[in-house]
Design a protein around this ligand. Structure first.
Ligand SMILES: N[C@@H](CCC(=O)N[C@@H](CS)C(=O)NCC(=O)O)C(=O)O
Length: 203
């Protein structure tokens, strides 16, 4: 298996941490969407990461679809139950997190992809509000004990912890640990674990 993309991407990192957690071996191809677009296109014509290249040569895209297909092949894995309410709960937490991350990526791309006079501040403000609303939803879940982290982690814990680390790096004014103390606590419990340590975001 080859995982394409940098751990600086929260989408790539959630796949990497999950593979490490499950003990699934893979080669990491560290390609940047900023500098290695042509090389990434060889794996995904849309030039998006993550991509997971399977042993039979199939190329999977999108972190959620990748994780779904990998987890399905591992009997007894405990990151995501195969059915039932707990599966729905975990998938919903992951969806809130990846939706917030999509908005954060838009905020980062706006000034990079547009000339300064075309950057529309009210739009950026509304995106920041959406990220903040997503974090507030997750903080509520964590406050009620829904994100224990540590050895009992599920795909929800991994995804939220990875997302939190990314947001504190890229937009600390939004991901404020005073405002979201339970998310900061989850991150503190998860980041020292071996699977997380093995997937450090590149500078
Ligand atoms: N929904 C996708 C989002 C992936 C995504 O946005 N990846 C970013 C890197 S963080 C990317 O490839 N951006 C390049 C582009 O959109 O042109 C997933 O979960 O994998």
């Amino acid at each position: 298996m080859i995982l394409v993309g940098r751990y600086a991407s929260p989408f790539v990192r959630r796949v990497g941490v999950s593979l490490q957690w499950l003990g699934v071996p893979y080669e990491h191809r560290v390609l940047s969407t900023a500098k290695d677009v042509e090389a990434i296109r060889a794996f995904n014509p849309m030039a998006k990461v993550p991509v997971l290249v399977l042993g039979d040569g199939e190329h999977l895209v999108d972190s959620s679809a990748i994780l779904d297909s990998v987890l399905e092949t591992i009997p007894g894995q405990r990151l995501l139950p195969a059915s039932g309410r707990e599966r729905l709960r975990i998938l919903q937490v992951c969806a809130v997190t990846t939706n917030a991350l999509d908005k954060a990526i838009q905020i980062i791309y706006e000034p990079l992809k547009r000339p300064p006079e075309k950057v529309h501040e009210p739009f950026l403000d509304s995106l920041r509000g959406q990220v903040s609303a997503g974090l507030a939803m997750l903080e509520g879940i964590a406050t009620r004990g829904g994100l224990p982290g540590g050895d009992g982690s599920t795909l929800a814990d991994i995804t939220v912890a990875v997302g939190w680390r990314f947001l504190t790096r890229t937009m600390p004014q939004v991901a404020d640990k005073m405002e979201f103390p339970h998310l900061a606590g989850l991150s503190a419990r998860c980041e020292p674990l071996a699977a997380f340590m093995a997937c450090q975001p590149e500078a």
